[in-house]
Design a protein. Sequence first.
Length: 256
Amino acid sequence: MPNWCDNTLIIYDNPEMDLGRVAGKLSKALDFEADIFDFQEIVPVPIPLLNKEKIESDNFTCINNDLDLLFLEQDIHDNWKDSYNEDDSNYPYQNVLCRDMLKELIPSDDFLMEQYNCKTSYDYRVEHWGCKWCGSELSFRISKKELVLYFQTPWGPPETIIKTIAGWFPDNDYQYTVYEPGCGLLYRETYDGDEHDIHHVDLGNSYIYASDYELLKEVDEEQSRYWKRNRNGNYELQEEEYDEDCEVDNLNMDCN
């Protein structure tokens, strides 16, 4: 199982592009029934790469209507699909035969590299999305002032997806926060007018600044309890959870 990265994207209202229009543009990518943020609707993986993935999958069947064989003649695809029947006693053999026939029609790796600089849909997603799967655990909130999207991604953030969305709405300010504690990743990216700011927090360090601590406390209050304020007003990592109810003003005071 991967480490899961928390992503929070806030897009702010603008008279040139109101949030209703923003939500409409994003709507095809937001599958609330499955709690999925479908990046395929933002940066599509090319059909030949998707077909290759489907055909080579162990779950492939010739009568799978999900197969978009756009590099085949449609009548050939229809004839093959109609000629295989799961009720037929020879179905397992037919399915293997069908898959082998289709594999011969998959573009070569050289062609795929020349066209897409990738041999597989997995490589394309990592390169062009920033992660290997779509967003999950989706939640959505919209008000008059802001639209908030929360979702999770495996291992790291889908930076290219966020840049693509930002490019769709250049008149809207936005804030994007990423948190993956397993890899010590925490940062916030903010666009405010012409100003662009990135606030990185080095969670691999045992010492962080007060502004870093405030961001950590915002995204993960439980983890923030392991950091104790020092005499300089910054924060140091403690081996045990810090009891914020115990303020040590007197060095002789014993807090348990």
